[in-house]
Design a protein. Structure first.
Length: 172
C-alpha cells in the first residue's frame, strides 16, 4: 500500500520481498548506534522480523514503519513510520536511513509525509518520538517538524534514558 508520494520519494508498506533491504538497514551503523541491535543477522531473520514486527503491526493498527524509496529509481533509502510501543502512551514517529542517504533531506521529506498521514488518514490526536539525547540529527529534525521535548523516559527492558518528544495535531 502506498502511503505518500513526495517530490523525491515513495513511502509504502514493507513487503516480505524487502527483507534483504531491511537486513541491511537494521545492521547499518546509525541503526545499531541510535536504535539498537535487533539481532537480525540473516535473510531469514529479516523475513521473520518483517512478518512479526511490521506486517502484523499493519494488520493490527492500519499503520506501521514504511519503506522509503527514491521516486525515480525505486531504490530503498530507509524507513519512516508510526509505531505503537509498549511503555509509550501514544504513537511513536520513527525514521532511519542508510548512511549514504543521510544529510540530503530525505528523512525530513519522509517524516513530513508520515506526519500528515498520521493526522489525516490515521486521525491521531498527537505523535510522540523517542531518541537518545546524543542523536542530535534526530532531535533537530523532530524540532523542525514542530515536536517539543516532553521529558525523559526509560523503556521497559532497557537501561537507556531517552528523550520523549511530542507534537499535538494542529489544524491546518
Amino acid at each position: 500500500m502506498l502511503i505518500a508520494t513526495t517530490d523525491r520519494l515513495h513511502i509504502r508498506y514493507f513487503h516480505l520481498e524487502d527483507a534483504a533491504f531491511l537486513l541491511e538497514l537494521l545492521n547499518s551503523p546509525g541503526w545499531l548506534r541510535y536504535i539498537g541491535d535487533r539481532g537480525v543477522r540473516t535473510l531469514g531473520d529479516a523475513q521473520n522480523y518483517l512478518q512479526s514486527r511490521m506486517l502484523d503491526h499493519y494488520r493490527r493498527w492500519g499503520y506501521g514503519m514504511y519503506l522509503v524509496a527514491q521516486r525515480g529509481s525505486g531504490r530503498a533509502l530507509g524507513a519512516c513510520g508510526l509505531v505503537n510501543r509498549t511503555g509509550l502512551e501514544g504513537v511513536d514517529l520513527g525514521f532511519a536511513l542508510l548512511p549514504e542517504f543521510e544529510g540530503q533531506g530525505y528523512a525530513r521529506e519522509a517524516a513530513e509525509a508520515v506526519v500528515q498521514d498520521a493526522w489525516w488518514r490515521v486521525e491521531l490526536p498527537r505523535l510522540l518520538a523517542i531518541t537518545l539525547p546524543e542523536n542530535h540529527r534526530s532531535v533537530r529534525l523532530l524540532e523542525q517538524l514542530g515536536f517539543e521535548t516532553a521529558g525523559q523516559i526509560v523503556m521497559e527492558g532497557d537501561a537507556l534514558l531517552l528523550m520523549q518528544i511530542e507534537r499535538p495535531r494542529t489544524r491546518s
